[in-house]
Design a protein around this ligand. Sequence first.
Ligand code: TNX
Length: 541
Amino acid sequence: MRIPLAALLACALPLTAAPAPASAAPPAVTLDSVLPAPVSVRPSGSDFRLTAATVIEAPASARNVADRLAAALRPATGYRLPIVGHARAGTPAITLSTSHPGGSTATAGAGSQAGAASQAGHGDATLGAEGYRLTVRRSGVTLRANGNAGLYAGVQTLRQLLPAAIDAATPQHVRWTVPGGDIVDYPRFAYRGAMLDLARHFHTPGEVKRYIDDLSRFKINYLHLHLADDQGWRIQIDSWPRLTTVGGAPGTGVDGVGGGFLTKADYRDLVRYAADRYVTIVPEIDMPGHVNAAQVAYPELTCDGVAPPPRTDTEVGYSSLCIGKEITYRFVEDVIRELAAMTPGPYIHIGGDEAHATTTEDYLTFEQRVLPLVRKYGKTAYGWNEISRAPSASKAVAQYWGLDTSDATLAAAVARGTKVVMSPANLAYLDMKYDPSTPLGLSWAAYIEVHDAYGWDPGTRLADVPASAVLGVEAPLWSETLRSIDDIEFMAFPRLPAIAELGWSATHDWESFRARLGAYGPRWVFQGVNFYRSPQIDWAH
Ligand code: TNX
């Protein structure tokens, strides 16, 4: 008897698979187990079972999201999950459908929801650009959104509704059940960011991509890259080539460990990789302080023209560009122009923190010239909250990193139009130790356990800044003590999902968050993510 090859393969894959962990059965996935918490969750009785017969149905315009979904589900299921434009009647399908501005509905049969009009006059106004509706029935799963960013967010939810083994890299013996019901979801804040410091220790494009994968699962939509500091310069700038040949040379990491930089090709590739996951890259060049590496490469950027010694210690606040020299502004404009040209996102971050070696007068002179340069190249200026001292910051975004619960200087700027991203160092800094025994990280701002990272509200943290001025939240990860992706993940997880929930979810409930986080642990195990097993959480096995 001849056995069809497909049948052989279908049997063979699960048999060659690594056995599922032998410990207690994993917790049943329920519709309300999603991180960050959705707006509305209504369970119903009819679960969907993903099988070898399931197809992914998506219009051509959503092919990118369908590809991401298929890539997420194929390794652990071993199923083909073909992507089709139209599923034949009766075929079990995961259907993606969008109603793009312009009114056309991209999948046959799925009209725009209830005729609700978005600001553009089309689509589903409730959902905005990033929201989605997920419907799970016995016959299939349907994801609807106004565009691909919403579909992608819905895909992240769907992944979490499958058993944790869905994140395994090889086929698993599991019933792939999705709990039945309906989810409607959209974000509280438009900006939900993470920051990675490539200057103190360089992290390779592969590591940055892994971090993008890790964080986009939690609907983080901005990745801020801190690309230059006293120790090193990590982004190629053609008009000032020594920035990277000298500033990115081996030995330019903290303690003389490592070195490296992103070529323009690397950077463009990262921007594309992030965009495919609906993450926008925000590049930062920190100035007028934090510039020692630039001055080592180009001594003309100092006031006396003498090159300072290279520095690989972790001091801050000792370097400054020379505010009175014209070459300073040629340099800054060249860097901003080249960065803007390779950055499709709206923001260029110009740093501005800890400029202790710059007088107040010089700082204001500098910012008054540099903030408008960002606009000249079509971007919105973004900086640490110190930039709010400068009058031309009124059109900028200020990133609050202070420890206080009010900030009169920032509040005055907000009254003139400045917008705010919240990154209080004692709550949102992922490089702070969890407790005194944490082997990595710093502790100058606080010890930050999961409960601390979750226990605040970005909209009301600053008493004198109204929630309406807050664009969102960002979790920075400075890398003085962090060298590898394992180090990065250990500090980011599980606090990053706490910050992500503050940014995405309108609800705020520690007990609920704590339970969902504990249930998430096995997913990180399957993903190979090196997370900190906080004693505040009951981790599922
Ligand atoms: C302060 S916070 C810095 C960085 C350090 C960080 C370490 C801020 C805007 N600047 O230069 O890397 O502390 O936690």
